[in-house]
Ligand binder design. Structure first.
Ligand SMILES: [Zn+2]
Length: 445
């Protein structure tokens, strides 16, 4: 319970400070920089040689010529992937022939990973005295490595792969915090990373507008798994249960994996938290200025007068489709500026005005999914500053999007209800147990 202990000490140190949204980094940047998204599928075969690599490989070659075969393993060379490296540049830099690299890349399904390597990953390479590749270990992550060994049999021209995986140790962690400034500041104070906070917000984003609805005094509790490798935090696991108190109302989420293996978050009564429309169709992590907890956006109080909600946000903030639907308008009009209209099921339409630009290629007739980026906040048309004007229309009538009843995905089925309850009970007990100990500590200060 490392985290819980850390959280307890932080809990005692909460100070009330002035309002204002954080404006430095965007946690989405970190999240979205996941390796798999950034690398090209096939790397150019340039055989670029880094200088350090070149020197190392020369001395290595000299060594190989004098070493007997059984010492080969000891002379394995470790290489760390640098920016712009490909498997070809790395191995080519050691003098491995294009033919060997080609054979390696043909060696079964595991080899396809070698096209997508990332800075920081490590290779261990063993060559024979002729400089032919004998063995390659790819340390993909702290938890997983793949080894290729040249097969002795047949033509001797194949590489056989074996995978080593270390199962991380899982630990249940708990954190809670009361929001004073904003969600991310509270998240940091609670010892949680932005990633967990973002996931927490995503669990509740059909009920809570994380741009306009968060108030000082709101609070959250999270029960989540931490994964440790060799005693060090390797990564966060799933959020198993969470509570979010927003403006006095408590929302509870339980992660449940059904008998088909599908996971979703449910309220204790079995209601699915996922709904047909996001409360806020704007990337709240980017909303860094223009709002504060104590000073509401002036136009917000006149929602009914102007038939929509305004989200003041920096120009360029991604605007998302609030629900699945079909794009019916992508256009410019002097009053609305650049705007998008989406038609959804059940005679519902949503509109997004004053955009600085549209998502690339977006056009009338496109199907869009909930959460898909359709454009970017701007100040085009009759607008006094960058903001998104968002409208929700049902059967031709404008509704306040914050007050529309949530149409939910399927609840826990009758068949699974008992199983769900058996799963939920200990999680709720854990939440309560941790929550009480925090309260006691806070009260004792
Ligand atoms: Zn407006």
């Amino acid at each position: 319970m490392v985290t819980a202990a850390a959280v307890l000490s932080l809990w005692a140190g909460i100070s009330v400070s002035t309002h204002g949204f954080r404006s430095d980094t965007n946690p989405l940047d970190n999240l979205q920089a996941s390796p798999s998204d950034t690398m090209p599928a096939a790397a150019p075969e340039t055989f670029r040689q880094a200088q350090a690599l070149e020197t190392e490989s020369r001395s290595e070659e000299a060594e190989y010529q004098t070493l007997p075969m059984e010492k080969e393993r000891q002379s394995a060379k470790r290489l760390q992937v640098g920016a712009g490296d490909t498997i070809s540049t790395l191995l080519g830099g050691l003098g491995v022939s294009a033919r060997d690299i080609h054979q390696l890349l043909q060696a079964g399904s595991e080899a396809s990973q070698l096209y997508r390597i990332f800075p920081g990953q490590v290779f261990e390479v063993s060559l024979d005295s002729q400089g032919a590749l004998q063995r390659l270990i790819f340390e993909e992550s702290a938890a997983r490595s793949v080894e290729w060994v040249r097969a002795a049999g047949s033509s001797g021209n194949e590489f056989v792969a074996s995978v080593k995986e270390i199962e991380p140790e899982r630990e249940l962690s708990y954190a809670s915090e009361t929001i004073v400034k904003n969600l991310f500041v509270a998240g940091q104070r609670s010892g949680l990373g932005d990633e967990i906070i973002l996931r927490l917000a995503r669990i509740f984003r059909w009920d809570i507008d994380f741009v306009l609805d968060i108030r000082a005094g709101d609070a959250f509790e999270v029960l989540y798994e931490s994964e440790y490798l060799n005693g060090e935090l390797y990564r966060y696991g799933e959020i198993l249960a969470a509570r979010f108190v927003n403006r006095g109302k408590t929302h509870t989420a339980i992660r449940y994996v059904d008998e088909d293996g599908d996971s979703a978050y449910f309220a204790p009564d079995g209601t699915n938290l996922r709904g047909a429309f996001l409360r806020a169709p704007v990337d709240f992590t980017r909303v860094s200025s223009g709002f504060s907890l104590k000073r509401r956006h002036p136009i917000f109080d006149r929602v009914r007068a102007h038939l929509g909600i305004d989200y003041a946000a920096p120009t360029g903030t991604p605007v998302m489709a609030a629900g699945d639907g079909t794009v019916i308008t992508v256009a410019y009009r002097s009053s609305s500026g650049n705007y998008v209209e989406i038609r959804h099921a059940n005679s519902i339409e949503t509109r997004y005005l004053h955009l600085s630009g549209f998502a690339k290629g977006l056009k009338q007739g496109d199907r869009v999914a909930q959460g898909e980026v359709i454009g970017y906040v701007g100040s085009t048309g009759w607008s006094t500053g960058p903001h998104l004007h968002y409208e929700f229309i049902e059967n031709g009538r404008h509704l306040d999007p914050q007050k529309v009843a949530v149409v939910r995905d399927s609840a826990i089925s009758d068949d699974e209800r008992i199983r769900f309850l058996i799963h939920m009970d200990p999680l709720l007990q854990q939440l309560n147990h941790f929550g009480e100990s925090h309260t006691n500590v806070a009260a004792a200060q």
